[in-house]
Design a protein. Structure first.
Lengths: 334, 506
């Protein structure tokens, strides 16, 4: 599997634009039980160190990383350009196709500088792998303690799935150690949980997402359920083209959200919903369900999910849930 | 253990514990047998607990196209992903066959549908399921199709049944198997049979028909002393010689007083030399006759004739062909043949044929020599070998032919199946040539020899073949093969040879 991931990764032609950020957009974000405006900035760095080993089966962010080194000066240019677009949104999300706290991607000096640049925001969300969270490093960010939220992609609380479905490169314990530390030091944690990594049937992926959410909920202020979308040059895309992968059903997203709604902290904003590469149903009822999922994510009201109208394709979904495990594969039935 | 009953091509009728193969297993509850039961990470198939694949195995299945082996069951997952790439689908099935042999049960999950079920069985999948059926109605349809398949295998019309399925994928797979996997499929087609129904376009490419053409063009040698070939059309009645038209040909040949080697031109077999008219499938085929020929039939016919006449040289070729075979005219010219094309009701045509025959020289050769030549032509077709028949006594009784060496029977030609049957000395002769030989342990078989007792079998043996049984080079018996050499060596069970004669060491 790892060979295949590397092989696919080697075909990628990356753009060399060290002083340009990847993208920037505005979106609503649930924050303190309200719908708030946020700015999302994706910085261009050398990218996640794990790409240079192999990478996760579903992650195509490597496509947005820079083939040569990105200097502090380059990063500063990216941030200054982004700052020009900023107009006081309460929330700023700063992503970098890797780990914000990995000094090989962003030097510690730049980490602080970036946070300072957006210190007008009430909340700054950054992403990192748990390996980069430790007590000494957290001390440097004490002044941002009430401002930053640290997002970690746990994906699954099952080590076997982390290893064999996702190739995540860390174990549940690595997450747990980081999460406990953040809890102890009063840093807000956001956890990403994956819905339907490869080699899991629709049913097993629902079960795994639910138990992963329940596990992560003890440490997290918020949990984002991320249905896998099919990104370029990934193992997932390879399997999809071969007929062995179908992105999750929206019914599965609804199922997971319903069964974890009691936690009142699970949200989901699927990427490319209703499209073949994103979470989708059969097309007839996608829009309505996508809307309900979004509404629920802001309001945490389970009735929104319970009131979704039945639709023809629900019986297809139920049938797949029932029999997919028997096929000796995880075939992406449409 | 799997109890082998019989084959039709790669599909195999067998008993496995209380189950009949081929079979479908059901997840919809439409009967109480053959239910798939899921239990945690196991599934119950044919009363066996089969472990579902682990994540690691799923990686291998989905990235590397791995085929699973659980117990005696070879599991070929993911064929459904290849529905749009039938060449790869069939390659995967034959790859599994190559890797896992002919004894085990082949199971392809999640691929069967009403119209692809017969071809999947035809390609040797023993076990299918109804996982693509979300409704009971669909499962019942599969169940009914399965019954039809079982009956077709039992009654020996499975091939034509598969040909008759109106489904593009089914036809595609059948045609690819005929074109690309002939050498494997052919092994499992008997060399005898009671009836060959060649009703479909695909019938042209049946492995037993293609084998006929291959043997006629590659193995067969014309009767040695025949120097004049006379090409004539086939008749609907089989054997041809019992038909009105062929009795008429016989009468005008006799009337002319000349000796010719009659060669019948036909579809889908191409060419049938007179002495092979009793041999399967020449005696047993039936096709729709319209007087119109498909391009593929024309091409097959000309190619077969080209190969045949480049190997078998005659001093002169004559031909009488009806109008619908007029497309052969340019080829006859190339052969430098003298021919008449037209209707026989037209007296002038009969006269022209007589003139053609009359132009030949008289040959003064003993008719027993012609008979011996004909037997060796049959032998070249049947065994790819000829016998030393000089100085042997030959007797003909209607269509039966006996050959004696001193007072002992040496060979017998049976018009029942058009085969030569072997006796002690002819068997010993062929044994030296390593043709159609089976080695068994040192015992004297009674009635039948079972696959379990077979040590070795030569790869030219097909079901229905006349075979020689020996132990360590000592002739033990002759008989009829009831299965191909592959099954003798790999099934390990079932009746393999029906013994006709046993020879004690004396």
């Amino acid at each position: 599997m790892i060979d295949k991931i590397i092989n696919l990764r080697n075909n990628v032609k990356r753009e060399n634009r060290p002083d340009q950020y990847v993208s920037l957009w505005f979106e609503d974000e649930p924050y303190k039980n309200k719908r708030e405006k946020s700015m999302v900035l994706v910085l261009r760095t050398r990218g996640c160190f794990w790409f240079y080993h192999s990478g996760c089966t579903m992650c195509g962010y490597y496509n947005d990383t820079n083939p040569t080194n990105v200097t502090d000066e380059d990063l500063l240019k990216q941030v200054e350009r982004a700052k020009e677009k900023y107009s006081g949104e309460k929330i700023v999300k700063i992503y970098n196709s890797g780990s914000f706290f990995d000094r090989n991607e962003i030097s510690q000096e730049m980490q602080l500088k970036i946070l300072n640049t957006f210190s007008d925001a009430e909340r700054i969300i950054v992403e990192t792998r748990p390996e980069f969270i430790n007590e000494r490093m957290l001390e440097n960010f004490y002044e941002f303690k009430n401002k930053i939220m640290i997002a970690i992609g746990l994906e699954s609380s099952n080590d076997e799935i982390l290893e064999n479905s996702i190739n995540k490169g860390f174990k549940v314990d690595n997450y747990k150690r980081a999460a406990e530390l953040l809890l102890e030091k009063n840093f807000a944690l956001k956890t990403y949980v994956l819905l339907k990594p490869p080699f899991l049937s629709e049913k097993k992926s629902i079960d795994d997402a639910i138990s992963s959410i329940e596990f992560a909920s003890q440490y997290s202020e918020i949990i984002s359920l991320n249905p896998v979308n099919i990104q370029n040059n990934t193992l997932v895309e390879y399997l999809w083209r071969k007929g062995y992968y179908r992105s999750p059903w929206l019914w599965s997203v609804v199922e997971v959200l319903k069964r974890t709604a009691y936690l009142k902290k699970v949200v989901s904003f699927p990427t490319g919903p209703g499209k073949e590469r994103g979470a989708h149903n059969c097309g007839k009822c996608d829009d309505e369900i996508i809307h309900a999922i979004e509404e629920f994510s802001f309001k945490q009201d389970i009735d929104i999910l319970n009131n979704i109208k039945e639709c023809d394709c629900k019986k297809n979904w139920k049938y797949i849930i029932e029999m997919e495990d028997l096929t000796f594969s995880t075939i992406g039935v449409q | 253990m799997i109890d082998f009953k019989k084959r039709s091509g790669l599909s195999r009728l067998a008993k496995y514990e209380n189950f009949t193969l081929p079979s479908i297993i059901f997840h919809n509850k439409i009967n109480n047998e053959n239910i798939i039961e899921k239990n945690w990470n196991k599934v119950k198939i044919l009363n066996k607990e089969i472990e579902l694949p682990s994540l690691k195995e799923l990686q291998e299945i989905e990235i590397e196209d791995k085929i699973l082996l659980r117990d005696d069951i070879v599991i070929i997952p993911g064929l459904i992903t290849l529905e749009k790439r039938p060449k790869e689908l069939i390659r995967k099935i034959f790859k599994a066959r190559k890797d896992f042999g002919y004894r085990r049960i082949f199971y392809a999950p999640f691929i069967a549908k009403y119209l692809n079920l017969p071809i999947l069985h035809y390609l040797g999948i023993d076990l299918l399921d109804d996982l693509r059926c979300s409704s009971n109605e669909c499962s019942i349809e599969l169940f009914n199709m399965e019954k039809m398949v079982l009956k077709a295998i039992e009654k020996n019309y499975f091939r034509v049944f598969v040909e008759s399925i109106p489904d593009p994928l089914s036809k595609t797979l059948l045609r690819i198997s005929d074109m690309d996997y002939f050498s494997t499929m052919e092994i499992f087609y008997p060399v005898t049979g009671s009836f060959l129904n060649a009703s479909h376009f695909e019938s042209l490419f049946r492995p037993d028909i293609q084998r006929w053409i291959k043997r006629i063009t590659e193995n067969y040698e014309k009767p040695y002393h025949e120097i004049y070939a006379f090409l004539i059309p086939c008749s609907a009645t089989k054997p041809y010689s019992k038909s009105r038209s062929h009795r008429f040909f016989k009468s005008i040949i006799e009337q002319s007083g000349k000796h010719v080697h009659e060669i019948i031109v036909t579809s889908p077999l191409g060419i049938v030399p007179r002495e092979l008219e009793f041999t399967y499938p020449a005696k047993n085929y039936d096709i729709p006759v319209t007087g119109y020929w498909y391009e593929d039939e024309k091409k097959m016919l000309i190619e077969t004739m080209e190969k045949f006449f480049s190997k078998n040289k005659y001093r002169k070729i004559l031909a009488y062909l009806p109008d619908d075979l007029a497309f052969l005219e340019p080829y006859l010219k190339k052969l430098n043949a003298d021919y008449v094309i037209g209707n026989l009701r037209d007296e002038i045509n009969v006269k022209r044929i007589l003139d053609l025959l009359g132009s030949l020289e008289n040959i003064s050769i003993n008719k027993n020599i012609f008979l011996a030549d004909a037997l060796n032509s049959i032998a070249s077709f049947q065994f790819n070998e000829k016998f030393p028949l000089e100085n042997k006594k030959i007797r003909r009784k209607f269509d039966e032919i006996f050959v004696y060496d001193d007072k002992e029977t040496y060979l017998y030609f049976s018009p029942l199946n058009g085969n030569l049957l072997l006796y002690k000395k002819s068997a010993e002769y062929l044994m030296q040539k390593n043709k159609k030989i089976i080695e068994i342990d040192n015992f004297i078989p009674k009635g039948s020899i079972f696959a379990a007792g077979i040590i070795n079998a030569s790869d030219d043996i097909r079901e229905g073949d006349e075979v020689i049984v020996h132990n360590n080079g000592r002739l033990i018996a002759t008989g009829t093969a009831l299965m191909s050499y592959k099954d003798m060596l790999e099934q390990g069970r079932g009746e393999a040879v029906k013994v006709r004669h046993t020879f004690t060491s004396s």
